[in-house]
Design a binder for this molecule. Structure first.
Ligand code: MF3
Ligand code: CO
Ligand code: CO
Length: 265
């Protein structure tokens, strides 16, 4: 069977049937993010949210991509307030006004669906709501740049321009990635860049776009647990992630929310 080809940058060109596999995996991941939403309330621990996600993954008969990945033990990453990404679920109790990213990756029939969204416990301050809205809009502007013949630099530029026009900053230390039958593959999908730079997009490429945007400076550091990334200046950080594929005339989002997402549509 034809397995598709690999570009000189090491990027796999997928086939139409591969898109069907990604659609199934992406929809399961998105559904779990839809379902966890009502549980995000002040007083709940991030560990309880992760327990729910782990249970739903089991009930849906799919596999968590993160449990056992490089020693990671959880079904999600939950990154609260100034945590940029890779927050470890645990005893932390959500407080009114906390903002958090929940990131879930599942494997369905060998295909990886990777997506994350922002949630609010109770009511967030206006500056936090603005950060969330700008981050979601930045992701969507990056996605709008996806089409054959565009470059990865075009995607990064669209995201960076939007974030910086609101005087927010783009995290440089983490990026999106190729995905498919593996969790992380080439290329590194940078969330900043210059138009026309980087590899040229081709129909059949599949990757994530997952910008992390900070209210303050872009620098991050990793805590002693070797996972949790935080802003160095302790400013709030937000992130949204979709898994997408390049089509003949643009892009398909594999991880859409089934529900209308009123806060950050
Ligand atoms: N889902 C994350 C990503 O977007 C990766 C999480 S790896 C983990 O690439 F081990 F921290 F879960
Ligand atoms: Co990802
Ligand atoms: Co992810």
């Amino acid at each position: 069977m034809d397995e598709g080809r690999i570009t000189r940058e090491g990027i796999r060109i997928h086939l139409p049937e591969d898109f069907e596999g990604m659609r199934k995996a992406g929809r399961v991941a998105a559904r779990i993010l839809d379902e966890v939403g009502p549980l995000v309330q002040p007083g709940v621990t991030t560990g309880a949210l992760d327990d729910f996600i782990r249970t739903r993954i089991q009930e849906l008969g799919v596999t968590s991509a993160t449990i056992g990945y490089r020693g990671y033990q959880h079904a999600s990453c939950i990154s609260v307030n100034h945590v940029v990404c890779h927050g470890i679920p645990g005893e932390k109790i959500l407080q009114d006004g906390d903002i958090l990213n929940i990131d879930v990756t599942v494997i369905v029939e060998g295909w990886f669906g990777d997506t994350s969204r922002m949630y609010v416990a109770g009511r967030a301050p206006l500056k936090a709501q603005r950060l969330i809205q700008v981050t979601h809009d930045a992701l969507m502007k990056g996605i709008e740049a996806v089409r054959p013949g565009a470059t990865f630099g075009d995607i990064g530029h669209a995201i960076q321009t939007h974030a910086e026009s609101h005087r927010m900053s783009v995290v440089r230390d983490f990026c999106g990635h190729g995905i498919g039958k593996v969790f992380h593959a080439p290329p590194n999908v940078l969330h900043f860049g210059r138009p026309g730079k980087g590899p040229v997009l081709e129909e059949g490429m599949i990757f994530t776009i997952e910008p992390m945007i900070n209210l303050g400076r872009p620098e991050t550091k990793i805590l002693a647990d070797d996972w949790t990334a935080v802003t160095r200046d302790k400013s709030l950080s937000a992130q949204f992630e979709h898994s997408v594929g390049v089509t003949a005339d643009g892009c398909e989002i594999f991880t859409p929310s089934e529900k209308f997402f009123p806060e950050f549509g």
